[in-house]
Design a binder for this molecule. Sequence first.
Ligand code: NAD
Length: 444
Amino acid sequence: MSGKLGVFDTANEAIEAAVAAQKDLVLNYTLEDRDRFIGAIRAKIMPVMKELATSEFEETGYGRFEDKIAKNTGAVMLSQGTEAIPKNMYVSDKGLTVEYYAPFGVIGAVTPVTNPAATVCGNGIANMAAGNAVVFNAHPGAKKTSAMTVRLVNEAITEAGGPDNLFSMVENPTLETLDEIMAHPAIKLLVGTGGPGMVKTLMKSGKKVIAAGAGNPPSIVDETADIKKAAAGLYASSSFDNNLLCIAEKEIFVVDAVFDDFMKQLEALGAYVCTKEQGKKLTEICVSELPNGGHGANKKFVGKYANVILKEAGIEIDSDPRIAIFEAENDDLLVQTEQMMPIIPIVRCKDFEEAMKRAVHAEHGCTHSASIWSKNIDRVTAFGKVINTTIFVQNGGTMAAFGLGGSGTNSPTIATPTGEGVTGPQSFVRRRRFCMADGGNYLL
Ligand code: NAD
């Protein structure tokens, strides 16, 4: 054992250690061993969930502590193992061909500041199931939590008798260390979870990229919906971890007939309702102009508590509402920007058609996530077709697609621009064929 538990001074050392570990994994261990190591990771991480959440909360200053525990638990416990690796078989009296899915080797992975521990665990478990090792270039703002997670995961594997350094990282990640990882010949695939700048950089590498990019998930509530359920679902989903998740609904389009009722229901649940004027002020402070001329979230308020942001807007309250809401115009910059804050603009729409049109526009073609609260299946189908997002949920928050209030597996990396969707072991493998020709092994 190197004693480094995956955390190295240089990118080169991190890559070399991962190369050796990956060779060891595929040559000396079975698929059953990989599942056993995943079990060991779960058993190691679950008892220290609180420490991990504390580290993430203190280091990044983002999100809600209690939600981080739920979020990281999902990534550790609901990620898929080797059972997700597909297999195909072709048989005829001319022989038998088996198509199976092999590892790429060593993956370079970029992780976001908004979700550091879950992304290391989720990418790590899926890639180990696939037979890969991973070199992470963590967000510098979450490098300590990322290193803590990498060490824990390696410790779990080595204690279970597996290779050391299957997951590695540079202790002080920078854009330069990312360049080294991207350029290294041993890195066969890049996996990036983060915003548009990162996705562009990875795409320029000339290597295969699985990119999980930004979104601005809209939700629609129409007059056929169960308004109480819609309010409860969106309250939970949009407020989770202070709206940090890329899948969390970031603006809501409600048809006029049920708009006031919907706002009242949210207020009854604990949402702080701002006046239109206060909403304008919030937009002013929460959205910044970007150097390229567009708009983005003001990083100062990303993932902060609603009462902290309200205070900055001159609204002093002595409670801790999970979200603050306001009636916004459709062109409000908070509607059109991925804010990642628990300040949720709600747009009144004259009917479903207007809501649908506006929701599609606000998603900006990210093909990320959306939800709709409606009992009219024709409308749900129509919206699903035009919004064309990777995650699309009816009568549930977007988290329902990940097993939280619905069915599904969990992954911190939803590959939107490159199309792999909710990633898992099946996303990080190469297709190979073995053929027994000349009638081989066909028994009929
Ligand atoms: P970010 O883009 O600022 O950083 C993400 C990672 O990319 C970090 O490791 C960062 O160091 C690196 N990076 C940033 N700019 C880069 C550049 N120009 N070139 C190369 N690397 C660069 O994003 P963030 O604030 O860490 O995370 C929030 C963003 O990530 C949101 O847009 C959110 O939607 C997205 N996200 C997407 C998913 C998904 O599964 N699709 C999951 C989590 C977060």
